[in-house]
Design a protein around this ligand. Sequence first.
Ligand code: HEC
Length: 155
Amino acid sequence: MLKTILVLAAGLLTGAATAQETVSLDEGSRIARIGGCHDCHTPGFGEANGDLDPSVALIGSPVGYQGPWGTTYAANLRLVAGDMSEDDWVEYMATIQSRPPMPWFNLHYMTESESRSLYQYIVSLGDQGEPAPEYVPPGETATTPFLVFVPQMPQ
Ligand code: HEC
């Protein structure tokens, strides 16, 4: 009995370790979802209640986010990943810093296998499309639609 339990426990532990280290496109697709990357980097994703249109997955957003940092646009990740090797991407995820509302600090917690899976998913997405609009510094006029991220006081 005890032996059976030990064998089962060992099996579970090995299983868990293997699952965590899996590098695959499917795993990358899952990480893009749970990491929230589509929320900002895939146009129309939130509006479609998470029903992903693969033709625009992670292609960047034409709608800006405006705040004290200026106006930023969620980048076209197909172009960003397409321009670097898988090893460079792993390094990039571990060290990236960018402007709001990009939650860059969370990316530093990705494991190497997770970064590799995400890279493989992104480069599998096909046609790289156009870059997102350029960053606009504070005080300069944005020429696209944008959302304003400024806390409002109750009237
Ligand atoms: C809340 C919205 C939001 C979420 C969620 C988000 N991003 Fe971003 N991301 C942005 C914005 C906006 C920028 C542009 C920031 C800037 O201009 O500095 C950006 C920039 C980036 C960049 C830099 C691109 C470059 O030009 O080098 C990378 C890489 C990136 N995001 C990856 C991710 C990944 C991977 C995820 C999911 C784990 C993610 N982002 C989730 C909004 C978001």
